[in-house]
Design a protein around this ligand. Structure first.
Ligand code: SF4
Length: 360
């Protein structure tokens, strides 16, 4: 069984920190884009059974009603498993009855909503608009349409932010009573508005304090910390993202999307112009067995429960410890072995990249 990611690159405005593949909304481009997307899917997809489908962006919810319906019609081609998960990313400002109705009637069963913060200064810095009352009202509206699996995103580590601001954001997020929370520390990339302005990131020490506070706060309030940046209520994991972290195959369709099928990792063009001219592919790479195992380790250790040694052996017919020198890291307690799994000591998750470098 496979997963599918579909990228919709259109946004109504561009956030200051955004490094994703996106472009300002243009209806003419949207119309053409959906035709190209349909063609790409028909060329690549061969009726495989799909267990998770994720439409992200960009801002998929920015599509007007007709385009949204067209996108949903395109998705009817997919042979969805009985227990499929179908996630649709929404901007809070776009949530309205007519759109929710279309999503519900076309099988979407999970919403991922970019909230990012409730703090005015943080939102201004990110060039985003919303407020707590609006968020609450929109989430209630989603509940009225029977969406009972909702993720919200939170961004922290904005220059000028302190623990007090973060605590307020977390307290408010908790009142939304959503099933899943994804948290991201702000990254300042060169090609973003804030990168061009040479804005400096917050001190690493504060960032680490914030991360630890988030983990403590959310786990104390009924959320399971199951991946470095992700938290959920019992059993409400993002099954789509678990597929990535378990290094399983997925199709990626749309501008800037990437996929991983049969040991080939491919990336589509990031240029909307090229995509609309049907020059879809950017890069294709055949991975060696060692590359595949490296990915398995890098992704698997993002999960709090880590990598199951028996599953690794069943997949690659070799023991993890024969390929990777895990002993020194077990000795320093950076890695822990328990109940057949190897995982990063929760104390060191914040510095997991250093641990991965030592390992790989
Ligand atoms: S962060 Fe999301 S909404 Fe903002 S510009 Fe980027 S893709 Fe669009």
């Amino acid at each position: 069984m496979h997963s599918i990611y579909i990228h919709i690159p259109f946004c109504k405005s561009i956030c200051s920190y955004c490094d994703f593949c996106k472009v300002l909304y243009n209806q003419e481009w949207v119309n053409k884009y959906l035709l190209c997307l349909e063609e790409e899917i028909k060329n690549r997809y061969n009726n495989e059974v799909i267990k998770t489908l994720y439409i992200g962006g960009g801002t998929p919810s920015s599509l007007d009603i007709d385009s949204l319906q067209k996108l949903m019609d395109i998705c009817k081609i997919f042979n969805l498993d009985e227990k499929y998960e179908f996630t649709f990313e929404c901007n809070i400002n776009d949530i309205e009855e007519e759109k929710l109705n279309i999503l519900k009637n076309n099988g979407v069963n999970r919403l991922s909503i970019g909230i990012e913060s409730f703090d005015k200064k943080k939102l201004k810095f990110m060039e985003r608009t919303s407020n707590y009352d609006e968020v609450l009202e929109k989430i209630n509206l989603c509940r009225n349409f029977d969406f009972n699996n909702i993720n919200v995103d939170l961004i922290y580590g904005i220059p000028g932010e302190n623990l007090h601001v973060l605590k307020n954001d977390l307290k408010k997020i908790l009142t939304l009573d959503v099933e899943h929370i994804s948290t991201y520390s702000l990254m300042i990339e060169d090609n973003t508005k804030i990168g061009i302005k040479k804005i400096k990131p917050i001190r690493e020490e504060l960032d680490s304090k914030m991360y630890k506070y988030i983990v403590k706060f959310l786990t104390n309030n009924g959320y399971e910390h199951y991946e470095v940046s992700n938290f959920c209520k019992p059993d409400k994991y993002s099954r789509h993202n678990l597929n990535y972290w378990q290094n399983k195959e997925y199709f990626g369709f749309g501008c800037g999307a990437s996929g991983y099928i049969g040991n080939v990792r491919y990336t589509n063009t990031f240029s909307i112009i090229k995509y609309l001219n049907k020059e879809v592919k950017n890069k294709e790479e055949l991975l060696s067995l060692k590359d595949v195992m490296d990915n398995e380790v890098m992704l698997g250790l993002r999960l709090i429960k880590g990598i199951n040694l028996q599953e690794f052996f069943d997949k690659y017919e070799v023991n993890l410890q024969e390929v990777y020198n895990i002993k020194p890291l077990l000795k320093t307690k950076e890695l822990i072995y328990k109940d057949g799994n190897v995982f990063i000591n929760p104390k060191y998750i914040y510095v997991m990249n250093e641990i991965l470098i030592k390992l790989i």
